[in-house]
Design a protein around this ligand. Structure first.
Ligand code: PEP
Ligand code: MN
Length: 414
């Protein structure tokens, strides 16, 4: 039969869509469609009003009048234990925010890497152990961390579980926000001032999931990502012509971008133009993750040129991801001394330029893990395998997190 009508242009439209790095190879596209159709019908996880409030708070930080404290697991996990951990992590974040706020006399906005941190970028698509090669673990929204073919197979239904697990975590966070039972010895009135409500953030990596959760704000008609309040783009997916930047440019949430030591001033200016063309404080945050050994050399030019362009972007310091080291036994770890050194350098760079060092982005847990080294109750290299439970990067434990909060309060306050 002779085809009628012009050839469809669908192929061209799809192929002109920007490239999406770090996406899973789903085995069954039909199942992905089924799942994303389902997600599209579910209620938003966060409201546009909450999201706008976070943006307004971040605007205060961007203008030098507040700090952002972002923290949580590298990769959240599914299940009941993770829910208990989320509650404990929320308490820890609020305590750290209190410490930082008293030390700096600035309001501190606590934002969890929580209720959505279920997708991970990986440096290699596969992992080989004892001669067996399997897909890398890409976060619980994609596959399971265990090393078997069954667990590592990407399963689209996991995106539905990610939604419901996020809802459960948010439920607990909102209950904590309402009651604030967690600041020892503090009365309701005393905590009213320093401690703000806790909000949530994650890396907007898994685009099938994120796109399916975009909603229209009935009040303004704007589009917002309803998967979390603050979303960030990772170091591996921040290509200015890539699909992640396109996604973030199309939503009204506050957005952040991780910035590593290979970033150029022109890249950051292009990102600022794409993500914050209106130059509105609170919309865009740059998360500097340079490493203690590179930050002094690399950060000044980036901060200076972004500021000179008129961009009001907020800068915060992630002193974790540039300081990952692998031990002789193959364990990933980070030293508290590198972490504190990077924070010190971050503040010094901003003070020298006259910009505001706007806060911290940390990987931490309230659990007593032995993943990062050092601290006032030191974890030593020989302790590492005692309680190393992270399915991805090493996190500060409770003591190390509080050490860092006091250290940061001291640095910011002087
Ligand atoms: C992360 O935050 O866990 C992460 C992968 O960071 P980055 O994109 O900065 O490497
Ligand atoms: Mn990480």
């Amino acid at each position: 039969m002779t085809p009628t009508g012009p050839p469809p242009t669908v192929t061209a439209a799809i192929s002109s869509r920007p490239y999406a790095a770090q996406q899973p190879e789903w085995p069954d596209p039909a199942q992905v469609r089924e799942v994303t159709d389902l997600l599209r019908d579910l209620p938003p996880l966060v409201s546009p009003a909450e999201t706008a409030r976070v943006r307004a708070r971040l605007a205060e930080a961007a203008t030098g009048n507040a700090l952002l404290l972002q923290g949580g697991h590298c990769a959240e996990e599914f299940g009941a234990r993770a829910l208990r951990e989320a509650t404990a992590n929320a308490v820890l974040l609020r305590q750290m925010a209190t410490v930082l706020s008293y030390g700096t006399t600035l309001p501190v906005l606590p934002v969890g890497r929580m209720a959505g941190q279920y997708a991970k970028p990986r440096s290699r698509p596969t992992e080989t152990r004892e001669g067996m090669e399997l897909p890398s673990y890409r976060g619980d929204a994609v596959n399971a961390a265990g090393f078997s073919a069954r667990e590592r197979r990407p399963a689209p239904r996991r995106m539905v579980t990610a939604y419901y697990q996020s809802a459960e975590v948010l439920h607990r966070i909102r209950a904590g926000n309402a009651v604030r039972p967690d600041v020892p010895g503090a009365t309701e009135a005393a905590v009213e001032g320093p401690v703000e409500d806790l909000y949530v953030s994650h890396e907007a990596l898994l685009l099938d999931y994120e796109r399916a959760l975009v909603r229209t704000d009935p009040a303004t008609g704007g589009r917002y990502a309803s998967s979390g309040h603050l979303l960030w783009i990772g170091e591996r997916t921040r290509q200015v012509d890539g699909a992640h930047v396109e996604f973030a440019a199309g939503v009204d949430n506050p957005v952040a971008v991780k910035v590593g030591p290979t970033a150029t001033p022109d890249e950051l200016l292009a990102l600022a133009a794409a993500l914050d063309p209106g130059m509105r404080p609170g919309r865009l945050t740059f998360v500097s993750r340079m490493g203690a050994d590179r930050i002094r050399e690399v950060l000044p030019e980036l901060v200076g040129k972004v500021a000179a362009s008129g961009s009001p972007a907020l800068w915060v310091c992630d002193p974790m991801h540039g300081n990952t080291r692998t031990t002789e036994d193959g364990a990933k770890t980070r030293w508290m001394s590198d972490i504190t050194d990077e924070v010190r350098a971050f503040i010094a760079v901003h003070r020298a330029i006259g910009t505001h060092p706007g806060g911290l982005h940390l990987e931490l847990t309230a659990d007593d893990v032995t993943e990062c080294l050092g601290g006032s109750t030191p974890v030593r290299p020989e302790d590492l395998d005692r309680h190393y439970t992270s399915v991805c990067d090493p996190r500060l434990n409770r003591g190390q997190s509080l050490d860092l909060a006091f250290f940061a309060a001291h640095l910011w306050g002087t």
